[in-house]
Write a protein that binds this ligand. Structure first.
Ligand code: HEC
Length: 171
C-alpha cells in the first residue's frame, strides 16, 4: 500500500464508533453463520471474481475483473472489514455491498453517495443486508485472513466437490 493510500484510508476509517457499538459488532461476528458467509462470498457477492475463490487475489479470478488484493494478507480489524464490505473503498474498484450503504448514515461517518466528488464514489456491487455483511466478514476471519497458499483441501471444501474443475490445478 502506498503512503498516500494509507493516509487516505485512515482518513476514511476515522469514524466515530462508540465502544458500545464495537461490542455489539463483535457479538454479531461471534453469532455469525459461517456457511451463509461462504455463500455470500461465493455466490451472492461474487467476491471471488476479483479476489479469487481463496481470497488470495489470484486463483480463479475473472481476468477481466479489476485487480484486487489478497484478503489472506489483510491486516484490517473487524470494524474496518465490516465498513469496507458494506461501504466499499472510495476512490477504488472495491464496490459497496450493503443494501443500506450510504442510506443509513453508517458509511464513513455518515457520507452519502452525493457527497463524493465525481468518479470517487465506490461502485455498486451485489448487495445484501447487514446480517450478511457480518456473516461474510466472519467467514473471512475464520477461513481466509491469515491463511497461506490455497490448498487442495480448502478448494474441495470451498466448492463442496472433490472433483471440482477449479481444484485440478492444485493437485
Ligand atoms: C469488482 C471487484 C471486486 C469485488 C467484486 C470485490 N472486491 Fe474487495 N476489493 C477490490 C479492490 C480493487 C480492492 C482494493 C482497493 C484498494 O485499492 O484499496 C478491494 C479491497 C477489499 C478489502 C480490503 C482488503 C485490505 O486489507 O485492504 C476487503 C476486506 C474486501 N475487498 C473484501 C471483499 C468482499 C468480502 C467482497 C464480496 C462481498 C469483495 N471484496 C468484492 C475489488 C473487489
Amino acid at each position: 500500500m502506498t503512503i498516500r493510500r494509507a493516509v487516505a484510508m485512515s482518513l476514511f476509517f476515522l469514524t466515530s464508533l462508540t465502544s458500545h457499538q464495537l461490542n455489539a459488532q463483535q457479538a454479531k461476528i461471534m453469532d455469525a453463520d459461517l456457511e451463509r458467509g461462504k455463500r455470500i462470498y461465493r455466490s451472492v457477492g461474487y467476491c471471488g471474481n476479483c479476489h479469487g475463490w481463496p481470497g488470495d487475489g489470484r486463483t480463479g479470478r475473472l481476468l477481466q475483473a479489476p485487480e484486487a488484493p489478497s484478503l489472506r494478507e489483510s491486516e484490517l480489524d473487524t470494524e474496518t472489514l465490516i465498513e469496507v464490505v458494506k461501504c466499499g473503498i472510495p476512490g477504488t474498484a472495491m464496490p459497496y455491498h450493503g443494501r443500506t450503504a450510504y442510506l443509513d448514515g453508517s458509511c464513513y461517518g455518515g457520507m452519502e453517495l452525493s457527497d463524493f466528488e465525481q468518479g470517487t464514489a465506490p461502485p455498486l456491487g451485489k448487495t445484501f443486508g447487514d446480517s450478511d455483511v457480518f456473516n461474510v466478514v466472519a467467514y473471512l476471519e475464520a477461513y481466509v485472513i491469515g491463511r497461506k497458499e490455497p490448498t487442495i483441501e480448502e478448494c474441495t471444501e470451498f466448492f463442496g466437490n472433490p472433483n471440482a474443475r477449479a481444484c485440478k490445478r492444485l493437485k
